[in-house]
Design a protein around this ligand. Structure first.
Ligand code: HEC
Ligand code: HEC
Ligand code: HEC
Ligand code: HEC
Ligand code: HEC
Ligand code: HEC
Ligand code: HEC
Ligand code: HEC
Ligand code: HEC
Ligand code: HEC
Length: 326
């Protein structure tokens, strides 16, 4: 028999013929072939959840309401899922020898910061079942490389959220525990309807990583926006170059204190690029024509300013829409 992973507990255990001994302990099974880093706990064996529950009744009472508990207990798909507690916390026999001693913490995979299990080890426990899918790009993601653990967002020990086993009742609250600046952005006068409960951070971001900057769920910013604002995709007879290039040239993605999530107040938003002094694009806004300036106020600084006339600013399909007025 070959040993692709020399110190894999299960393989050594089985090869050494201690199966009989292991079988004495309820729930004992071979570990999945997923590579586990070598730890000083490699002689440990699985003892079964009944043993754990004897001491951890409180935790078990809460765990019972979770999806893991249901699947692992009622409908396990494989041997690994039958391990229950130990599928995540690892084989527990050495933990039992001296559970309260800080010196013995290496005997168990703990997911709280105090316990001290390295983050990579913690995550490998979860990823042994949840690799791929949405977590395809976890390893290179901003969260992954910043050493976040799965349990920074998830708490599988209790049902605290409607779905996703999150550690807060909602996705947004979970993200806000670290992203205070974004909480402020969504509180601005004009914002994506996230505080209203119409969307979540996970509509635009994959917190487990993606191939796009800022862990976006689409290949580009515009593709992301088109998902919901399909009418902006076009095609248009008359394209407005900056719209095709990047929606965020004019809009903030989260929120802004200017209307329609604009990055800059109108008309300056347009005048950043269109400031031909000879045309009407910039020279109509002298002091006399602004509110309180004394002279008749220019219609071009009121209401939607440039959009009073250039209303189809994202592109036009009208034969004479070259100036986006129709
Ligand atoms: C004899 C009683 C006893 C048994 C049996 C027992 N534990 Fe513990 N366990 C403890 C005690 C006591 C602590 C507290 C240690 C501390 O706070 O320093 C603890 C701590 C833990 C922790 C805390 C980790 C953290 O992050 O704080 C986990 C997880 C855990 N046990 C899981 C298990 C699992 C899984 C089993 C079954 C394999 C198990 N325990 C069996 C007594 C027990
Ligand atoms: C799906 C993986 C998973 C399973 C299954 C699991 N745990 Fe946990 N456990 C965790 C994570 C993650 C944490 C850290 C939660 C947190 O952030 O507070 C944890 C925390 C704990 C703690 C210490 C913190 C606390 O809540 O008091 C104990 C004790 C514990 N688990 C025992 C158990 C027992 C007993 C079982 C089986 C009945 C079990 N766990 C099943 C993942 C799991
Ligand atoms: C033994 C395999 C296994 C391990 C280890 C495991 N899970 Fe799971 N997990 C499952 C199964 C099975 C489901 C049920 C849904 C499914 O079939 O995908 C599930 C579901 C989930 C869900 C979705 C819950 C929902 O209500 O939508 C989350 C989130 C999750 N697991 C996170 C974790 C985290 C975090 C860890 C590590 C602390 C972990 N899992 C460890 C097998 C596992
Ligand atoms: C930054 C926060 C965050 C971190 C870190 C995180 N998750 Fe998640 N996870 C989420 C959110 C939010 C959802 C719910 C997404 C939804 O409902 O659209 C989710 C959903 C899931 C699901 C259920 C949906 C699915 O993909 O099947 C699983 C399983 C899961 N996460 C596993 C993990 C594992 C494993 C890790 C660690 C490698 C991890 N997560 C790290 C935030 C996080
Ligand atoms: C435990 C803290 C923590 C939680 C919780 C958390 N994040 Fe992060 N997030 C970070 C850190 C650390 C970074 C990287 C440093 C930075 O840019 O602030 C980051 C960066 C990001 C980035 C920028 C990525 C990039 O490549 O520029 C996005 C997007 C993000 N997080 C989304 C989320 C979402 C969505 C959630 C909730 C599902 C979430 N985060 C929850 C800690 C967290
Ligand atoms: C409507 C889509 C959308 C929603 C909803 C959304 N984001 Fe973003 N977010 C983006 C885009 C697009 C970027 C990229 C900005 C860039 O490239 O300049 C971004 C960037 C980020 C960044 C990187 C830093 C920055 O501001 O550029 C973080 C962190 C972040 N988002 C967190 C969050 C959190 C947390 C939530 C939920 C509270 C959230 N986002 C909701 C689209 C969204
Ligand atoms: C998951 C769907 C979704 C995605 C993705 C999305 N939006 Fe939105 N957006 C909405 C919804 C819903 C509203 C609110 C519409 C309403 O209340 O009438 C909105 C509102 C807006 C508004 C303000 C409209 C107003 O009348 O104040 C702007 C501007 C906007 N989105 C731009 C963007 C940009 C730019 C992107 C890409 C970064 C984007 N959206 C991505 C769903 C989405
Ligand atoms: C050149 C600047 C600019 C760019 C680039 C831009 N927008 Fe806008 N957008 C505006 C202005 C100005 C308004 C306000 C229009 C009005 O008042 O009639 C607006 C309004 C909106 C609205 C709300 C009103 C409506 O028309 O539905 C949405 C949604 C929106 N933009 C989405 C997008 C998306 C998606 C992109 C990228 C494909 C994008 N915008 C690119 C300037 C821009
Ligand atoms: C990031 C720079 C940028 C911003 C901001 C911008 N535009 Fe443009 N706009 C362009 C470019 C580039 C063209 C194409 C010019 C060309 O084809 O000669 C264009 C074309 C136009 C045209 C057609 C002009 C022509 O000569 O065909 C109009 C009208 C226009 N923009 C109005 C606006 C208005 C109104 C705003 C504010 C909502 C705005 N633009 C914001 C860059 C910008
Ligand atoms: C009262 C209506 C009106 C308002 C308000 C208005 N425009 Fe125009 N704009 C026009 C008309 C009409 C044309 C077409 C002129 C032509 O075809 O010769 C035009 C043409 C343009 C052009 C094409 C090049 C040029 O100068 O002829 C640009 C760029 C432009 N406008 C930008 C803007 C910007 C930026 C604003 C806001 C600061 C603005 N416009 C406000 C009516 C308006």
């Amino acid at each position: 028999m070959t040993f692709p992973r020399p110190f894999s507990t299960a393989r050594l255990g089985l090869a050494a013929g201690v199966c009989a001994a292991l079988a004495l302990v309820a729930g004992t099974v071979a570990q999945s072939p997923t590579p586990a880093p070598v730890t000083d706990n490699r002689d440990a064996v699985y003892v079964g959840e009944a043993v754990c529950i004897a001491c951890h009744q409180t935790q078990n009472n809460q765990f019972t309401h979770t999806q893991h508990a249901n699947v692992f207990r009622l409908n396990p798909k494989n041997e690994k899922e039958k391990l229950s507690c130990e599928a995540c916390h690892g084989p527990g026999s050495n933990h039992l020898k001296d559970p309260a001693s800080p010196a013995n913490r290496g005997a168990l995979v703990g997911f709280t910061r105090e316990w001290g299990t390295p983050v990579a080890k913690q995550n490998s426990m979860c990823l042994s079942c949840h690799e791929g899918g949405q977590r395809m790009f976890w390893a290179g993601s901003t969260h992954g490389t910043n050493e976040l653990s799965c349990s920074d967002c998830h708490n599988p020990m209790a049902k605290l959220s409607a779905g996703g086993l999150l550690k807060k009742p909602t996705i947004n609250e979970t993200c806000y525990t670290c992203h205070q600046q974004q909480r402020a952005e969504f509180a601005k006068r004009s914002h994506m309807p996230l505080p209203e409960g119409k969307m979540t951070c996970a509509d635009c971001h994959n917190p487990h990583g993606s191939t796009t900057k800022a862990m976006l769920k689409s290949d580009s910013i515009n593709e992301l926006c088109y998902n919901c604002h399909t009418e902006k995709r076009g095609p248009f007879l008359w394209e407005h170059a900056p719209v095709r290039e990047n929606c965020l040239t004019c809009h903030n993605a989260h929120g802004s204190n200017h209307d329609k999530l604009l990055t800059v107040a109108r008309p300056f938003s347009c005048q950043q690029c269109h400031s031909n002094a000879a045309g009407h694009q910039s020279n109509l806004y002298n002091a006399g024509q602004t509110v309180g300036g004394g002279a008749a106020i220019s219609s071009r600084v009121l209401g939607r300013t440039c959009q009073n006339c250039h209303s189809q600013i994202h592109g036009s399909n009208h034969p004479s829409g070259a100036r986006f007025q129709r």
